[in-house]
Design a protein. Sequence first.
Length: 295
Amino acid sequence: MIEHLLSPDSPFQRRFFFIARRFVAGELIGDAVEAVTRLNQSGITASLDFLGEDVTDRETATRTTETYLAMLDAIGSSGIRSNISVKLTAIGLLIGDDVALRNLERILERARANPDPFVRIDMEGSAVTQRTLEVFEHAFAEHENVGIVLQALLKRTPADVERAIGLRARVRLCKGAYKEPPSIALASMDDIRAQYLRLAEPLLTRGVYPGIATHDRRLIAGVKEIVRQHGIAHDRFEFQMLYGCFPELQRRIVADGYNIRVYVPFGTHWAGYFYRRVAERRENALFALSSIFSK
Ligand SMILES: Cc1cc2nc3c(=O)[nH]c(=O)nc-3n(C[C@H](O)[C@H](O)[C@H](O)COP(=O)(O)OP(=O)(O)OC[C@H]3O[C@@H](n4cnc5c(N)ncnc54)[C@H](O)[C@@H]3O)c2cc1C
């Protein structure tokens, strides 16, 4: 029943797409290109994400990979300033590591034709953390245009940060969007924030062009302070935020002279992404409710 309601073509999903619209650029590549064009005009670069995850059949994994190839062509031909982000479970990780790696390599090769050839592997829940990192390392051994995401809430992440720095791999640091058990994850927001800043410092001082992904004003202030103390040039890292989240804050980061990239998801499989946004912030949940009642 619930699977039926949440399938992208169900009347329920189509009817409620207007609520997700604030956080999702649209259903088609053209919608995403338009959204990125607007961001670029405000001095913001982008990373395009084709929504979808937890794919268990090869045909869907192949179709998703081919959509990514078409996205890369659209980025190249439109001239927008964007790279891409991809979830390994969308391109076959749950079928097999080899399936995800093969599909990822097709994407990495096509991306090399674009002015920004970089491909970010998003990090998903802890059930696939280790496998995601292993597929990443295999790909990185052959392709330098791939990077990873590490989540500050996981207890393993300090070791993963050091490993990524040793490899000279690009890291996006985020808090982590998936609910994880206390045996492997920090539970309190204060602890997660403290770990975030402890990890941001080595990434900023010894890492390669880290992505500082957060809307949290305290973390942004903390990162600016690290940058000031160490005299780090503003072009050595970028802030990253999500499409539709705190647009004024995004504009202020540009005005203050920092690089900022916005993660722009599009497609019909918006449910999982949208529910994570609503679950992590009361303001997002209130926005979703008010959209329903103001319709
Ligand atoms: C570009 C980008 C890429 C990402 N990629 C990934 C990924 O690959 N994998 C992954 O797991 N996650 C990813 N995330 C999501 C990330 O892990 C967090 O879940 C998400 O960003 C929310 O955390 P935050 O640091 O932005 O701040 P938040 O915790 O959302 O806080 C933002 C602001 O809102 C305030 N606030 C927080 N809670 C409340 C509340 N209840 N009421 C009122 N105010 C509140 C805070 O004080 C703060 O000022 C990504 C995030 C970004 C920005």
